[in-house]
Design a protein around this ligand. Structure first.
Ligand SMILES: [Cu+2]
Length: 153
């Protein structure tokens, strides 16, 4: 019985202590790992599981590991932001990140995403494409009625 209680206490301690001991790991990113972005990308946002200390870095590589110049990395709370001097063109990109956890432990990783440069047309633009010709056609019919009220009556 005593052993069982000791086991439960140890298990609870592990559950409570687990997150405290965990390093800052990449929780999510925009663009997301493996994503295909339609349009341009001018900032990368990497969100981590825990708070970060200054000193993290994001490097970006195009195609066959050509470094993309003009990447400025800033750290805020648990987010690494990488601003790009120029929006990314079509291609496949590799992100290499290094983050320094608030506990001083560094973590690192990499992932890829793709840019297709085909901006998706917003729904309201499609709606206008349908509505404007319909309104022009309706207006034309009304105009003909006004101009020649008894023409075909
Ligand atoms: Cu740590």
């Amino acid at each position: 019985m005593k052993a069982a209680r000791a086991f439960v206490i140890a298990a609870l301690a592990a559950v409570v202590a687990g997150p405290v001991l965990a390093h800052s790991e990449l929780a999510s990113a925009v663009p997301a790992p493996g994503a295909t972005v339609a349009g341009t990308v001018s900032v990368l946002t990497l969100t981590f599981s825990r708070a970060l200390a200054a000193g993290g870095d994001v490097d970006l590589f195009a195609g066959a590991f050509q470094a993309v110049p003009g990447v400025t990395t800033t750290t805020s709370e648990n987010v690494l932001s990488a601003r790009l001097a120029e929006p990314l063109g079509l291609g496949t990109y590799t992100v290499q990140w290094v983050a320094i956890g608030a506990d001083g432990h560094p973590t690192a990783g990499s992932y890829q995403f793709a840019v297709t440069n085909r901006p998706a047309r917003p729904l309201w633009q499609w709606a206008l494409l349908l509505v404007i010709p319909a309104m022009v056609a309706a207006g034309g019919l009304v105009w003909r009625r006004i101009r020649r009220p008894s023409a075909d009556l």
